[in-house]
Design a protein around this ligand. Structure first.
Ligand SMILES: [Zn+2]
Ligand SMILES: [Zn+2]
Ligand SMILES: [Zn+2]
Length: 202
C-alpha cells in the first residue's frame, strides 16, 4: 500500500524534476558570498528549502504541489565569514528539489526528483556553511535541532522526530526521505546545526 503510493509520488516527482532541469541547463555554482533569505521549513518533509527559486521544489511528502511554507518561520543562510560560531562548509542547494544538502564529501545523495532515489541532487549553488548548535542559540535567533540525513544528504529538522529503530521521523509523514520509506535518519553523535531564524518556531 505504502510502496504503491510512494512509487506514484516518485513518478510525479520525476516528471516535475525533468521540467525543472530542462529549464536550467547549467547550475550557477557561485559561492555564497552574501547572506541569503528566502529559506523556509517544510512541515511535510521536515526539510529546509529555498522559496525564492523556481517554484516550490519537489517534496517527497507531496511532490505534486512541492514544499510547504505553512507554520514556517523565515530562515537565512549566512555568507561565509558571517558565522558567529564554529561552522561546517560544504553545503549546496539542489536545483530540482530546492533542498539544502551536504556536498562536502563528494556525494550527491538522493533527490526527490528521481524515480528510484538513486539519482542525486543537482547542484544549483554551492558554498553554504552551517553553524554548529551550541551556546547562545536563542539569543542570536539561531534555531538548533537541524540535522543531516546520512541517506539523502538533506538538512532536516530533527527536533520533532520520533525515534523508531535507527530512524527518526515525523510519524505523520514517513514519505520524507528520497532514499527509502523509513524517513530521514540521524545519529546523536552527528552534528546538531542551527540556522538563523525569525518568526514562527518550526
Ligand atoms: Zn517538503
Ligand atoms: Zn534534490
Ligand atoms: Zn533523508
Amino acid at each position: 500500500m505504502e510502496i504503491t503510493r510512494r512509487q506514484a509520488l516518485r513518478t510525479t516527482g520525476l516528471l516535475s524534476g525533468a521540467v525543472l532541469l530542462g529549464s536550467t541547463a547549467l547550475g550557477t555554482q557561485t559561492p555564497a558570498n552574501a547572506s541569503e533569505s528566502g529559506w523556509r521549513w517544510c512541515q511535510k518533509c521536515e526539510g529546509l528549502w529555498f522559496s525564492n527559486g523556481s517554484g516550490r521544489g519537489i517534496c517527497m511528502a507531496g511532490p505534486g504541489v512541492g514544499h510547504s511554507t505553512e507554520n514556517s518561520g523565515y530562515y537565512t543562510m549566512l555568507a561565509i565569514g558571517e558565522e558567529i560560531g564554529a561552522s561546517q562548509p560544504g553545503w549546496s542547494r539542489c536545483q530540482a528539489c530546492q533542498g539544502l544538502y551536504y556536498s562536502g564529501a563528494g556525494r550527491s545523495g538522493s533527490c526527490a526528483a528521481t524515480l528510484s532515489g538513486s539519482g542525486g541532487h543537482y547542484q544549483a549553488k554551492s558554498g553554504y556553511s552551517l553553524e554548529y548548535a551550541g551556546q547562545n542559540d536563542a539569543q542570536e535567533h539561531r534555531q538548533p535541532g537541524w540535522r543531516w540525513c546520512d541517506k539523502c544528504e538533506l538538512l532536516w529538522f530533527g527536533a520533532r522526530a520520533t525515534f523508531a529503530g535507527n530512524h527518526l521521523w515525523n510519524g505523520a509523514a514517513r514519505d520524507q526521505c528520497p532514499r527509502d520509506v523509513l524517513g530521514h535518519r540521524y545519529y546523536d553523535y552527528n552534528a546538531n546545526y542551527r540556522v538563523p531564524h525569525v518568526g514562527l518556531a518550526a
